[in-house]
Design a protein around this ligand. Structure first.
Ligand SMILES: [Zn+2]
Length: 129
């Protein structure tokens, strides 16, 4: 599913999508109605407009809900304090950002996340070295 941007916003909020290491935006089209799951059937891929397309990670059939992990495109997610309601066996209990994912989950999502998240990790790791 092709993603589209409505425009940049000044800072991260509950409806903002991170679009680079330091910028956030609102998605338009159908993107805003795609729910979070801790066991998502889609990943994201940044397209030429800077929006995130949703890319199937497994076979999706008619009638299936399309989901992705909000951590696939936002480094920090601090706006869902009441816990995650995805109901999957892999639910981590809260909707968190990329920074909060364990290494094994990050590895599982390889190729399905926004590239700026990996840039932030590399910069953080370089600073720590
Ligand atoms: Zn969950």
């Amino acid at each position: 599913m092709v993603g589209e941007l409505e425009g940049e916003v000044e800072c991260n909020d509950s409806h903002a999508t991170q679009i680079s290491r330091t910028k956030w935006a609102r998605h338009g089209g159908l993107g805003p109605i795609v729910n979070h799951s801790c066991d998502p059937n889609c990943g994201v891929r940044v397209n030429e407009t800077g929006a995130c397309d949703f890319i199937a990670r497994e076979e999706i059939t008619a009638g299936d809900e399309i989901t992705f992990d909000y951590a696939m495109r936002n480094y920090s997610v601090d706006h869902f304090p009441d816990g995650c309601l995805c109901g999957t066996d892999r639910c981590r209990g809260s909707v968190t950002g990329w920074k909060d994912l364990p290494a094994v989950r990050k590895a599982d999502y390889a190729g399905s996340v926004a590239p700026y998240l990996l840039e932030i990790d590399r910069a953080r790791d370089a600073d720590a070295a």
